[in-house]
Every structure is written in structure tokens, then in C-alpha cells.
Design a protein around this ligand. Structure first.
Ligand code: SF4
Length: 301
């Protein structure tokens, strides 16, 4: 839809049931000021904005882009007005709606605690059972717990540029969610040769076989668009928790579920049988270089 570029598009950021994680993540955006300068920020819970929440809930304003952070609980109130009144009003006003974070996209953390009343804007888990189902075409899901600030910045810029955003089956921009979090991980060589890490925080070894890494099953660009431009979970030796998927949250994040020492879930798109064949062959090789320490600080300094 056309956004008039002479007048700054009006951006409204509302929250449902939330921990504020996506707001805080957004504050880490390097180009925050430059990006916000392109919009009229009607309201944000943490940033200076044109109106107060009290004025916003009077339901008198119009907006172009609605960002919704948190889980949708129809009875949950902001400034004494329930989400079931607030969100449909601004959703109708908006040309675009961004469901920000896994809670707004799929229900996430809060839905797992109270599934009878919480959901995302379109989805509850993978089921289409949210309040804005009829306006699905307007909704872009940016899942993540929290969402990467660059993903939001990229999406807003694409909307400003009137770029036609291609979405995947769960309404997420393909540009950001078509590859897996495994893509670009510095441990890929260890994954290929089935060399597991010997501990969290170490530079060597893959975290898939014993330590719970979900990156081969998770659509996200965390290892190609780095966090704070320098790092990612797996780069510092922590497993990917699969936070961009509707199945999040799960349990036992630091353990890989196995059946007879074989991972219960194998990388996406590979049959279990094919995976076992390849993994079995790879394991027969012992590559000395991958068994040692990459940098031995005690010896080298
Ligand atoms: S640590 Fe995770 S992301 Fe990195 S190679 Fe292993 S499975 Fe892939």
C-alpha cells in the first residue's frame, strides 16, 4: 500500500502482555535515531513520542503502521481500555501491522502459561486462531524472543520504500527468515564432521548433538545478521533455542532430546534415515585438527 513520503508515516507501537524485550532489543539498533527520524512516532512505551498512552486509548488517532509487541489477551487492559477494543480499532486504521516478537506472532511465552486466553495476532502456535485473522494480508510477523533490531529496521525500511515484502507460510519476511539460524555459524565444520563441543562458552565444537542447539530447525538470520553487529548465541558457545518458531518455548534448552543416542529431531528437510546414514559415515572420520583447541592462550601468550 502506498505511503505518502512527503508526510512522515505515522508509527504506533502498542503492547499486549509483554516483558518489554522487543522494545529493549530495538533500543540497541545502531541507526535508531536515523530510522525514527523517517516516521512520526505517535506512541512508544519507552521512547519520546507525540502522544501519551492516555491520548492514544481515546481512540481518536489515525496511524499508518501499527507495531504490536506481546501476547494478545482480549481482556488485558492498557490505561483502562481492553486490548479487544484498542487493537481492532488501530488495526483497521493501519495500512500495515507488524506483530513484533514471538508472543505477538504465535503466542509465545505467555500463551504457554495461559493458552486459554492468549494468542498472537493471527496465530496461536501454528493454528490460525488470532483476533486479526480477517486482516491477515496486512500483518507481517517478525518472530524472535526478542526480535533482532535489524529485522525490524529492515522491515520498516522496506515498507517505506514500498517494497513488496515476500512472506513465508507463517507471514514472516522471506528476506529475513528463509534460511536457518545454522546458516553462517562458525561451527558448521564441526557439525559436518559430528564433533560436539566439550562445554558451553568454548570456541570449538558443535552444540547440536548433546547441547540442545535448534539452529538446523529454526528459520532465522542470527548468524548472517549478527547481534550488535558482532555476535550470535552459537558464536559465544550457547545453543540456539529456536525462539523464532511457533513451537517456542520448549523445555530443556541445553539438552538435545535423543532416542538411543540419536537426536530426536533432525535438521529440516532431511529424512531421519538419510541423516543417520550421513552422520554415521562422518563419525568414522577422526579429524585431528578439529579435536584440538583453536587458540591456546596459555601456550601462545
Ligand atoms: S552450533 Fe548450532 S548453529 Fe552452529 S553448527 Fe552446530 S548446530 Fe549449527
Amino acid at each position: 500500500m502506498h505511503l505518502n513520503t512527503e508526510i512522515k508515516p505515522k508509527l504506533l507501537w502498542l503492547q499486549g502482555v509483554t516483558c518489554n524485550g522487543n522494545s529493549h532489543s530495538f533500543l540497541n539498533l545502531e541507526s535508531l535515531e536515523q530510522l525514527l527520524d523517517k516516521f512520526e512516532l505517535l506512541y512508544h512505551p519507552l521512547l519520546a513520542s507525540t502522544y501519551s498512552l492516555c491520548e492514544i486509548v481515546s481512540l481518536q488517532m489515525s496511524c499508518d503502521i501499527l507495531i504490536f509487541e506481546g501476547t494478545y489477551d482480549p481482556e488485558f487492559q492498557r490505561n483502562n481500555i481492553a486490548l479487544k477494543e484498542l487493537i481492532p480499532y488501530y488495526a483497521l486504521q493501519s495500512k500495515h501491522i507488524i506483530a513484533l516478537g514471538t508472543c505477538a506472532s504465535f503466542g509465545g511465552m505467555f500463551q504457554s502459561l495461559a493458552p486459554e486466553r492468549n494468542s498472537g495476532l493471527i496465530y496461536q502456535g501454528e493454528d490460525e486462531d488470532g483476533p486479526l485473522l480477517e486482516q491477515k494480508k496486512k500483518v507481517i510477523n517478525l518472530s524472535g524472543c526478542p526480535v533482532h533490531p535489524e529485522w525490524l529496521a529492515t522491515t520498516l525500511q522496506m515498507l517505506l520504500d514500498e517494497y513488496k515484502i515476500a512472506l513465508d507460510d507463517l507471514q514472516r519476511p522471506r528476506e529475513l527468515y528463509s534460511s536457518l539460524a545454522h546458516h553462517g555459524c562458525t561451527r558448521n565444520e564441526y557439525f559436518e564432521w559430528k564433533v560436539d563441543t566439550k562445554g558451553f562458552g568454548l570456541k570449538e565444537g558443535c552444540l547440536f548433538y548433546e547441547n540442545g542447539c535448534r539452529a538446523p530447525l529454526t528459520h532465522a538470520s542470527c548468524n548472517t545478521i549478527l547481534w550488535n553487529e558482532v555476535s550470535s548465541k552459537t558464536r559465544v558457545g550457547t545453543p540456539c533455542f529456536g525462539c523464532t518458531e511457533p513451537s517456542f518455548p520448549r523445555t530443556n534448552y541445553f539438552q538435545t532430546k535423543t532416542n538411543m543416542s540419536i537426536p530426536q529431531d533432525v535438521p529440516l528437510g532431511i529424512s531421519k534415515r538419510a541423516y543417520l546414514t550421513v552422520a554415521g559415515m562422518a563419525k568414522t572420520f577422526h579429524i585431528k585438527r578439529l579435536e584440538g583447541v583453536l587458540i591456546d592462550y596459555k601456550r601462545d601468550y
